[in-house]
Design a protein around this ligand. Structure first.
Ligand code: ARG
Length: 473
């Protein structure tokens, strides 16, 4: 996206060149023209603008406002502009101000005076609202598809690692071991909510403002239901003042986009930690890691770092649109032109991050299974299980908890792990300990035992994978 400010030098000084009415006697200062222009970024809306205009013009003839021959000429002219744009031949400059004026201008160049009838019964305010909604509807559809692919990659990886154990943390301190699949599926669940949320937001994006006019409706006998239906909108705005100035749907989208980035960024952060020498849980494959310009031994996790870093811009865009909206009197104000770069950049960022993280999951992570196995066997993350063991034998849990506390303290003093204690040593702490304590504290058993619904027990994880798979189909 060209987000740089356009140069003023290409602005023309002839007032006849300006797209608005003849009430103006002198030309716009070229710097102001450049300042006012949005064509350098709202060109991204062109396909939606053309589609919206085609529906509008069909409605004009359907309602008898415009003869069919004229409507056909306009429709064809718009289609030519679409082809010109796709072939790279239509590159309007800032003299057109924005994409809407650019298209209208070109239409008049192509088909003559009939083109001047396109704008009958609508305004750029309902037009731009229509364009953004069509754009977002399309993009949300694409992002939801990408979320599905990301989830697919998570489930595939989880399937390979049901039996792989990884330390589970709270406070970034080792807490209890979990199945690596369970850990990965936590992200599947977050992504599932993201997918659902976007579906719900889509309902409110998909409402037509077309035909609301500048702010008050139009005296032409237009048929808003007709255009809404043509464009696949599921409903219509019922109040013109609200409809031309509402950007709630865009703010909701930026909230959803921010949450997607929160989730991707948390996963990214874990991958970065796991790939460090200190953790050593994962090696990054060459196709997804980068080198250092000076330290030849290094392999850097640039992909997850960028995802983590890019989350900031999406949060910033959400904040910016909230601030843009909060002081606006009804109805349209030019401030609203500032919504576009926030929306476009968020869409581009979320899509790029989802794509990169999906590739990272599919081919970028080599989990170091033996390192993980050693990690879960060499700590006190089975201490809760010792307390549960006693509690299951009738010792009140709080007493059991305190007994294990002293046990861990004694082990630490002697540089031992729980599994290193002999049976007589165990029994010095409590007579209820018997030979099966060793199986009870083995990491596999510790994980398997947590078979409560939603827990990390292997049976639960297996079922969760099946549910996840069925959600993807
Ligand atoms: N480029 C403008 C925008 O993005 C289009 C609407 C202009 N409307 C107006 N009344 N000046 O908001």
């Amino acid at each position: 996206m060209a987000s740089s400010f356009p140069s003023a030098s290409s602005a023309k000084a002839d007032p006849g060149d300006q797209p608005w009415s003849q009430r103006f006697e002198s030309a716009l200062n070229p710097v102001i023209a450049a300042f006012n222009a949005s064509i350098h970024f709202d060109i991204a809306l062109i396909e939606y603008d053309l589609t919206g205009s085609q529906a509008h013009v069909q409605m004009l003839t359907h309602t008898g406002i415009l003869p069919a021959a004229e409507a056909n000429a306009i429709t064809e002219g718009l289609e030519r502009i679409r082809q010109e744009y796709r072939q790279g031949q239509f590159q309007p400059g800032i003299e057109a101000e924005d994409v809407h004026f650019a298209v209208e201008r070109r239409l008049i160049e192509l088909i003559g005076d009939t083109g001047k009838k396109l704008h009958t019964g609508r305004s750029r305010n309902d037009q731009v609202g229509t364009d953004i909604r069509l754009y977002l509807r399309d993009q949300i559809h694409q992002i939801r598809h990408q979320i599905r692919q990301f989830q697919q990659a998570l489930v595939s990886l989880a399937e390979d690692h049901i039996q792989t154990l990884i330390p589970g943390y709270t406070h970034l301190q080792r807490a209890q071991p979990v199945s690596l699949a369970h850990h990965l599926l936590a992200y599947f669940e977050m992504a599932e909510r993201d997918w659902q949320r976007l579906g719900e937001i889509q309902q409110r994006v998909n409402i037509s403002p077309l035909g609301l006019g500048a702010l008050a409706g139009t005296p032409f006998p237009i048929d808003r239901h007709y255009t809404a239906q043509q464009l696949g909108f599921r409903d219509l705005y019922r109040n013109s003042l609200d409809g031309v100035s509402d950007r709630d749907f865009a703010i909701e989208f930026l909230c959803a986009a921010s949450l997607i980035m929160v989730h991707l960024s948390r996963l990214a952060e874990e991958v970065i930690l796991w790939a460090s020498e200190e953790f050593g849980f994962v090696k990054l494959s060459d196709s997804c890691a980068t080198g250092s310009s000076i330290m030849p031994q290094k392999k850097n996790p640039d992909v997850p770092e960028l995802v983590r870093g890019k989350s900031g811009r999406v949060f910033g865009h959400l904040q910016s649109l909230l601030v843009i909206m909060k002081g606006l009197p009804l109805a349209y104000n030019k401030d609203l032109q500032e919504d576009k770069e926030a929306i476009f950049d968020s869409v581009i960022t979320v899509k790029a991050c989802l794509e990169a993280m999906t590739i990272l999951l599919s081919e970028g992570l080599e989990f170091q299974v033996s390192r993980l196995q050693a990690a879960v066997g060499e700590d006190f993350s089975n201490a809760t299980d010792v307390a549960d063991y006693l509690a299951a034998k009738g010792v009140p849990f709080r007493d059991a908890y305190n007994i294990v506390g002293t046990l861990v303290k004694a082990c630490l003093a002697e540089g031992k792990l729980l599994k290193d204690l002999t049976l007589p040593e165990w029994q010095r702490f409590h007579p209820q300990f018997t030979e099966n304590i060793y199986t009870a504290i083995a990491p596999e058993q510790v994980v398997a035992a947590r078979n409560s619904f939603g827990g990390t027990g292997f049976e639960q994880v297996q079922q969760a994978i099946e549910v996840a798979r069925s959600q993807l189909h």
